[in-house]
Design a protein around this ligand. Structure first.
Ligand code: ADE
Length: 253
């Protein structure tokens, strides 16, 4: 069974509303919704924020719900100067930017795994890139109203594949962005959970993939109108991208 894990409550609520015949199990202060989503059996759950919360949710998904795969959705701050609010990043390599056990290991190395980057499932990366591109090209105008699209300049938005760095901080300064660019040059965007999902899935040998909508530029303006963006844009993106992916039946092959 596939798990759709969301980093935002609003995304989770929108996916939950599209489920049929769902039952809910509460465990460790999370609600795990098990049922049909766009014609397929899934578990839908909100991870809560930060690496520990995400790791705990993923461990339950794997050990209690026996999921065979995890797709993780959420928002992220742009680190690459080429990314804009409303673009989508599909993670190919996941990092933990706050992991630092120097001088025992080089900065960013995950002690248990001995690596600083964890690879997402490459088939899913391609399939989710296609799903996101189809959503941006064909669906977005129907599900996000023109005023909001104009206000946020969403017309020319695109999906890229890139590195994602996670840490237990909301990044909101140009100095932190510059520091991250220098320390982890392959990273496109920053968030707070993907690197933890990647670690637990890698430890258990479970394929994972990460879809992030850019919500801010991780600088001093980050956080402005964040709730509006999550509710009216990011949740709609996640729902639309997951729908395109599920309806393509790519995950069945
Ligand atoms: N998620 C969305 N924007 C973020 C930021 N600027 N820092 C960390 N996590 C984020």
């Amino acid at each position: 069974m596939l798990a759709i894990l969301s980093a935002m409550q609003e995304e989770n609520a929108m996916l939950r509303a599209s489920m049929q015949d769902a039952t809910t199990q509460t465990l460790g202060r999370r609600d795990y919704h098990v049922g049909d989503l766009f014609g397929h059996d899934v578990v839908v759950v909100f991870s809560h924020w930060g690496k520990v919360a995400a790791a705990s949710t993923v461990t339950a998904l794997i050990t209690r719900f026996n999921v065979s795969e995890i797709i993780f959705t959420g928002v992220a701050g742009a680190i690459s100067p080429d990314l804009h609010v409303g673009d989508v990043v599909i993670g190919d390599q996941l990092y933990q930017h706050d992991m630092d056990v120097r001088p025992i290991l080089p900065r960013h190395t995950i002690p248990l795994l001995g690596v600083d980057a964890m690879a997402a499932n490459s088939d899913r990366v391609n399939q989710l890139k296609n799903a996101a591109t189809e959503f941006l090209t064909n669906d977005m105008n129907e599900v996000i109203d023109a005023d909001l699209r104009n206000t946020l300049s969403l017309e020319q938005r695109r999906c890229i594949v890139g590195g994602i760095a996670s840490g237990d901080q909301f990044i909101s300064s140009s100095a932190s962005v510059a520091d991250l660019r220098q320390r982890l040059p392959g990273v496109s965007c920053v968030e707070m959970e993907g690197g933890a999902v990647a670690q637990v899935c890698t430890e258990f040998g479970i394929p994972f993939s990460v879809v992030r909508t850019i919500s801010d530029s991780a600088d001093e303006a980050a956080g402005v109108d964040f709730p509006v963006f999550i509710e009216r844009v990011a949740s709609v993106y996640s729902h639309g991208i997951v729908r395109r992916f599920m309806e393509s039946k790519a995950h069945l092959v």
